[in-house]
Design a protein around this ligand. Structure first.
Ligand code: HPA
Length: 270
């Protein structure tokens, strides 16, 4: 795995010389955020040998390098999900790669269902912690000693400092913000109502199919991590309607303007 990472890194370095400070992963609805920044260069995932390529419609699949204000960033426009069939080690390869490019902070965004009954579709939520009991750890397998230790501490996956930055930025932008625990399940199916109740009993506020594994891989490498979920729907069994991807995308698109404003502010305040 380390060799694969190094060979991906080499093929990027052969094309572009750029040291990001912040790595940003874009979730549903935020896809076109990358087009709004001062772009320096882009690399399609297809052009990186050995790189896992997303199969989800509407996910672009490229790294975008550029500046948000003065901050050099690398953005993942399109991420890979475990449910696409890749092993977890491949799912987190792009995250690790951004760490190896030099990024010191990782900013995660996603779409998620709300299992906290106080949430409503369109809410944005600071991820304060996560539960990954439903998915294998991305750190299973031979430890990559060059990246981090065998038994990494996970007592503050989502940096308290960056959580405060998000709170402050949300206030500055006039964007209302919720807070809560993100539960990762594998997908691609949405959860059953019984699984949603389980997620809630575990202590979760939102349920999704990404993000927590990426956060763990980044913490393993010592990156400072933060994340925001867009609550696109209430989870299965919590409303009269059935879930569908179209509704998820429509809600994500509806709040995208506020979400983007907040992301820019957070990066500048980091
Ligand atoms: N469950 C899991 N993932 C999701 C959901 C959901 O309800 N909504 C958006 N992503």
């Amino acid at each position: 795995m380390y060799e694969k990472l190094m060979s991906c890194l080499e093929s990027i370095k052969a094309k572009i010389d750029f040291k990001p400070e912040v790595a940003l992963i874009l979730g549903s609805g935020l896809g076109d955020y990358a087009d709004e920044i001062k772009i320096v260069d882009t690399i399609s995932y297809n052009d990186i040998k050995g790189f896992p390529v997303s199969t989800v419609k509407g996910h672009k699949g490229r790294f975008v390098f550029g500046y948000v204000g003065e901050t050099p960033v690398v953005i993942m426009q399109g991420r890979v999900h475990y449910y696409e069939g890749y092993p977890m080690s491949d799912v987190v390869l792009p995250t690790r790669l951004m760490g190896l490019m030099g990024a010191k902070k990782l900013f995660l965004t996603n779409a998620a269902g709300g299992c906290n009954p106080d949430f409503k579709p369109g809410d944005l939520m600071i991820i304060t912690d996560h539960i990954t009991t439903g998915v294998p750890s991305p750190l299973i397998g031979k430890n990559i000693d060059q990246l981090g230790t065998r038994f990494p501490d996970m007592s503050e996956v989502y940096s308290k400092r960056l959580q405060n930055v998000i709170r402050q930025s949300a206030a500055e932008c006039g964007v209302a913000i919720q807070e809560g625990v993100y539960v990762q399940f594998t997908g691609p199916n949405y959860e059953t109502p019984a699984e949603v109740r389980l997620g809630r009993k575990w202590g979760g506020d939102a349920i999704g199919m990404s993000t927590a594994c990426e956060a763990m891989a980044a913490r393993h490498m010592g990156l400072e991590v933060c994340g925001i979920s867009c609550i696109t729907n209430l989870c299965a069994g919590m409303s009269d309607t059935q879930l569908d991807h179209k509704e998820v995308q429509e809600t994500a698109d509806r709040v995208a303007a506020d979400f983007k404003k907040l992301v820019t502010s957070v990066i500048q305040n980091m």
